[in-house]
Design a protein around this ligand. Structure first.
Ligand SMILES: *[C@@H]1O[C@H](CO)[C@@H](O)[C@H](O)[C@H]1NC(C)=O
Length: 500
């Protein structure tokens, strides 16, 4: 069957161009605002290169491509300065100005504008410092307050971080998750909270529609749902409470109840019923799923071979061009991720399945999210998800209200795709196994897969309360003291830390 599949699918090399991770010129961000909602373009930025030192004697330094990141342009300060930020549903904080010298590739980081806080007349500095830790990298930030503008919507006195020292993170981050720990001393109103509190949107809810690198049409809609971007119903999935999750962190956790694979001939195979907590994370390039699920996909996916060196399932890049999907079930809702969206091409000619094993905190990353339309309703602690689709350039945005029924039960305007015929329950999603096909060639070098979910924060000086304490404290920039004072304040704090 595999041979037939491949011979039918070996298209000219040109057909693969769309899937290659080259940096596309970005169209300008478009933000439109309607009654109670804010619609902003989300761009895919791909090919952020990074270096990985191979664990072999010659210590070759090899250029590789890291993952695709989804970014948004917003303005900060008065007058507004545009910054481009990674849109991250796996962490709550907004911060700017990564340290490019210690980013994966300084030149890549340097491409993005930094926020010059000395030029903002509305910025107020605090003396509160936090260390934010991500799946990959960390940032030491000083909290400030300032005006944040998204299109024509302005929120004032937003607390956010100005970075003073970060590692392995090439861009600032706009976090949109709930507070990771509900009662942490350093929680404060995040951007989504402020958008609702200041009346831009009616409740703390937004829709996220991530698209492939070659498509310019991805969007985030604060307070709204665009029915021209999905098919079928929006399935309501309650967010798990932190006590039901592996590490007790509050994220957009939902329950994955089954997996499947649809093959190019239209047949599909599925697993038996499972109950696995997972959370969508737009800041993660790949999905990270429990080992049995990772293996169930890898062992049955057309052409896949396990590469012990990289830990990935390597596939023939041509498979990205054939019909077929990797299927996820949430109760009765199926999200079918086309092969092309699930396969990741880290370097030219190298393709891998966009999934890694993770038995601790499983994540549905961008390799899943490109195929899903996800409404995040923090006020009612629920996600509403549907199969992403495209039915015309015309937006049809429905406003999300407030209260219990804030997210209206709307049906996507796009036609639903044909369902595969289920032929069995042959995918074992519960047991680990010895990989059947082992890859023996020279595999891709892979690193730098986006920030990943926030691991937590460590306040190093005081607590930042919702009372706007950030406005107090030493070293206010309004005095014209500039980076010197900020730097000195942080130096003292970090110095203190080092001595502890
Ligand atoms: C941040 O990451 C760098 C590089 O991995 C590491 O050396 C440093 O100790 C980390 N800092 C903190 C505060 O965790």
């Amino acid at each position: 069957m595999l041979a037939a599949l491949l011979s039918a699918s070996l298209l000219p090399a040109a057909a693969l161009v769309a899937a290659s991770p080259s940096v596309q010129p970005r169209p300008r961000s478009v933000v439109t605002r309607g009654e109670g909602f804010l619609h902003a373009t989300v761009h895919a930025v791909s090919g952020l290169p990074s270096l990985r030192r191979r664990a072999v004697q010659d210590e070759d330094v090899i250029n590789v491509r890291s993952g695709t990141s989804y970014v948004i342009d917003i303005e900060i300060g008065t007058p507004g300065q545009t910054v481009t930020l990674i849109l991250d549903t796996g962490s709550p904080d907004l911060w700017v100005n990564p340290s490019c010298a210690t980013a994966n590739i300084p030149a890549e980081c340097n491409k993005w504008p930094q926020f010059d806080y000395t030029k903002s007349t509305s910025l107020k500095e605090s003396d509160f410092v936090d260390i934010l830790r991500y799946g990959k990298g960390n940032a030491t930030i000083v909290y400030v307050t300032d005006t944040v503008t998204i299109g024509s919507a302005k929120i004032t006195n937003q607390i956010f971080g100005v970075n003073v020292e970060s590692y392995d993170i090439p861009m600032g981050i706009l976090g949109l998750s709930p507070a990771i720990q509900a009662n942490a001393a350093d929680n404060y109103p995040f951007v989504l909270d402020t958008l609702a509190a200041q009346g831009v949107i009616k409740s703390r809810a937004f829709s996220l529609d991530l698209r492939s690198v070659s498509s310019p049409s991805g969007a985030i809609i604060f307070g709204g749902i665009d029915t021209s971007k999905f098919s079928g119903t929006l399935a309501r999935l309650p967010m798990l409470s932190p006590s039901q999750t592996p590490k007790g962190a509050d994220r957009y956790w939902i329950t994955l109840t089954g997996i499947g694979l649809t093959f190019p001939d239209g047949t599909s195979d599925t697993s038996g019923a499972i109950s696995v907590p997972v959370f969508p994370d737009s800041g993660g390039t790949l999905s990270r799923l429990p080992t049995p699920i990772f293996q169930a996909f890898g062992e049955s996916f057309p052409t896949a071979q396990f590469d012990p060196e990289s830990g990935f399932y390597i596939v023939d890049c041509a498979v990205a061009d054939v019909a077929g999907s990797v299927d996820f079930y949430f109760g009765t809702k199926q999200i079918a991720v086309p092969y092309a969206d699930f396969i990741w091409q880290p370097s030219k000619g190298d393709c891998v399945l966009g999934v890694q094993p993770d038995d601790e905190e499983p994540v549905l990353g961008d390799s899943f999210l490109r195929a899903a339309y996800v409404v995040h309703d923090q006020d009612n602690r629920a996600l509403h998800i549907a199969q992403a689709a495209e039915c015309g350039a015309k937006q049809n945005v429905v406003t999300i209200g407030s209260g219990k029924g804030a997210v209206p039960s709307v049906t996507g305007g796009c036609a639903e795709g044909a369902r595969a015929t289920r032929t069995g329950a042959g995918l074992d999603a519960t047991a680990t196994r010895e990989p059947g096909n082992i890859f023996t060639g020279d595999g891709p070098r892979i690193s730098g897969l986006g920030p990943g979910p926030a691991g937590g924060r460590t306040p190093t000086s005081g607590a930042l309360g919702p009372s706007g304490k950030a406005n107090s404290g030493a070293g206010r920039l309004g005095t014209g003291s500039g980076w010197a004072v900020l730097g000195a304040a942080v130096g003292v704090v970090l110095g203190g830390l080092l001595l502890v």
